[in-house]
Design a protein around this ligand. Sequence first.
Ligand code: NDP
Length: 253
Amino acid sequence: MTAHPLFDISGRTALVTGSSRGIGLALARGLAEAGCTVVLNGRDGGRLAKAAGELPGDVHTAVFDVTDGPSVAAGIADVEERVGPLDILVNNAGMQLRAPLLEFTDSDWHRILDTNLTSAFLVGREAARRMTRRGHGKIVNICSLQSEVVRPGIAPYAATKGALKMLTKGMCADWGPYGVQVNGLGPGYIDTELTRPLVEDEEFSAWVRRRTPAGRWGRTGDLVGGVLFLASPAADFVSGQVLYVDGGMTSVL
Ligand code: NDP
């Protein structure tokens, strides 16, 4: 049996930001396995080259810092020249800082805002300038269950992810008329380098398992199907939505 043609994205070109490891690398692998030409992004060229070597198909790397406007502009221009027109952008690069809000410093506030929110604006705008001219494109912003809910010690992270949800809707409003669909994907608790201290905290880890209807931590592979769907023609009339892939956590008290 073959897959339905609505889900066929083979031959498309996809850029995944922050794909040297973790969720971004898993999403890039999924897109490569679906037949896309994939561009990996991060700040460490050596790490990116190693990751690229582990993926199947036509894989490229683009080293730039997603928080720096001029680097983003040059990076996207370079990708389109070397690899070809971008059909799919996944804004995945992100970071987390956990601290009581009263102890949160100005510089940490700006750092997390730049990495999780401004980056999606900068990379999204550069990609969409080209996609809107061509009349098609798919953008997926990696939000979080913390786009909806928050716990103590994580307010700035939740603020960036809540704002990213609204940026997704705003991008949908501005770029939808030009054939570009923009959606969010909201992971629940996923075992990666970013959450390693939480996974290793047995009490917290058990709380995650108890609070998640699926009864376990998420794996990076759990997120692949959602991104493939949002990047495919099956989602041509889906825009401005956030698909939560969280084992049900955001739905229950
Ligand atoms: P990781 O810390 O494992 O990976 C983060 C990636 O982002 C790395 O590849 C890193 O590459 C890259 N990156 C960070 N800053 C920059 C920058 N300024 N420019 C370019 N690349 C950058 O995180 P995860 O895989 O866990 O998370 C990925 C996304 O998913 C994030 O947006 C996160 O908020 C979100 N998320 C994660 C959840 C989880 O439970 N893990 C839950 C919900 C959302 P390098 O350092 O080499 O530059």
